[in-house]
Design a protein around this ligand. Structure first.
Ligand code: HOZ
Length: 428
């Protein structure tokens, strides 16, 4: 048995399913998950000492690769001054000011500890602000594990075949409407069927949780127009896309400004952080300025703000990072598409900036129904063939890949060679 296998067996005795987040259990691809012990730059090292080129990057935040010196140094500086106060600090203001400067929709912002907290809180604020109960989300979009979002959810919920989680009460479920992504007519119909009842529409402006799916031309602008017309709060969940697709996130890339934005792990440089922000009149509903309650001892944690500020300041000062990510990701995605075609596999590759997915279906993928046409057993074989060649992909067809600046041209070549061999192996 490998060390990872031994650890997984032990973990299953004390942790549900042996993991602290379901996708990590490899159930969508079979086999036992790898337990990691360290990472540097593009490379992950597992508990057996095997090395892999990382295309997950902690599901987004490690834009500069693992353990970048600029972030580590900021954490080192912060470390001796204690790990938590439960009282305000200067860096929280500095991080808030930077978020406001960079993210177009954010006029005021509240720091929390995860993307899940951010989305749960944003919806509560939207409900408090509008005095309405219902929200609308899109099938296959994932907004963390808050009750309201585990209806037709993507990511691990989809992988495990339980997009509607037990434990979510009927009352909560009936306040969440779902329609297909990229379907403005369905959004319109849902609004008409629930007049003056929708508090918020929440959307991943670029979806990362059913694989990578981009918004159709006019979709985001259409949502903006409908929300404005009907007094609905438009929330962009940019937990994965914020600071990754552009300094101001997908809203900057597509030129559509929502009323509220949720952010996550990226603004902590990998440490546990989230944030929700938006129009000042909406955010002023949040306690203690307003009556919508939300709180947390670890919110604005001094180490997380140190790491986050260091990474965001670096990105702000080095816009060439985005050009580098674009060039590297284009080589990876275009190369993948070309290899598949040369092998007679007319598979779909979706990419936006440094996020991409290879769908094991020839059908264009613009919503969950399309994504579900993928050949999942073939994907599983491909995943393991890549792993054997030292390439660590997301262990599910319904997840995106994330590229870091640590991916060199040589590593792109390594990936493409592995991709060709693995596609052949998966279809042998
Ligand atoms: N829900 C995350 C992917 N969309 C996975 C989180 C994790 O396992 O770390």
């Amino acid at each position: 048995m490998t060390t990872s296998e031994t650890l997984f067996a032990r973990a299953q005795g004390v942790i549900p399913g042996g993991v602290n987040s379901p996708v990590r259990a490899f159930r969508a691809v079979g086999g036992a998950p790898l337990f990691m012990q360290s990472a540097q730059g593009a490379w992950l090292t597992d508990a057996d000492g095997n090395q892999y080129v990382d295309f997950i990057n902690s599901w987004g935040p490690m834009i500069l690769g693992h353990a970048p010196e600029v972030v580590l140094e900021a954490v080192r500086q912060a470390l001796p001054h204690s790990l938590s106060y439960g009282a305000p600090t200067r860096r929280e203001i500095e991080l808030a000011e930077l978020l406001i400067e960079l993210v177009p929709s954010v006029e005021k912002v509240r720091l929390v500890n995860s993307g899940t907290e951010a989305t749960m809180s944003a919806v509560r604020v939207a409900r408090g602000y509008t005095g309405r109960a219902k929200i609308l989300k899109f099938e296959g979009c994932y907004h963390g594990h808050g009750d309201s979002f585990l209806i037709a959810a993507g990511s691990g919920a989809l992988t495990l075949g339980a997009p509607d989680s037990p434990g979510v009460t009927q009352g909560v479920a009936q306040d969440t409407l779902t329609v297909p992504y990229n379907d403005l007519a369905a959004v319109h119909a849902a609004i008409e069927a629930n007049p003056d009842q929708l508090a918020a529409i929440i959307v991943e402006p670029v979806v990362g949780n059913m694989g990578l799916v981009e918004p159709a031309p006019g979709f985001l602008a259409g949502l903006r127009a409908l929300c404005t017309q009907h007094g609905i709060v438009l929330i962009f969940d940019e937990v994965m896309t914020g600071f990754r697709l552009a300094p101001g996130g997908a809203q900057q890339l597509y030129g559509v400004v929502p009323d509220m934005t949720t952010l996550g792990k990226i603004i902590g440089g990998g440490l546990p952080v989230g944030a929700y922000g938006g129009r000042a009149d909406i955010m002023n509903q949040v306690a203690p300025a307003g009556k919508v309650y939300q709180a947390g001892t670890l919110s604005g944690n001094p180490l997380a703000t140190a790491a986050g500020l260091a990474q965001l300041r670096y990105l702000h000062a080095h816009p060439e990072v985005y050009e580098q990510l674009e060039a590297t990701s284009a080589r990876l995605a275009d190369g993948t598409r070309q290899i598949a075609q040369e092998l007679g596999l007319h598979y779909t590759v979706n990419r936006v900036g440094s996020m991409f997915s290879l769908f094991f279906t020839p059908r264009p993928v613009s919503n969950l129904e399309d994504a579900k046409q993928s050949d999942l057993p073939a994907f599983g074989r491909y995943f393991h063939a890549m792993l054997r060649r030292g390439i660590y992909l997301a262990p599910s067809q319904y997840e995106a890949l994330f590229v870091s600046t640590a991916i060199t041209d040589e590593l792109v070549d390594k990936y493409l060679t592995a991709c060709r061999e693995s596609l052949i192996e998966a279809h042998a």
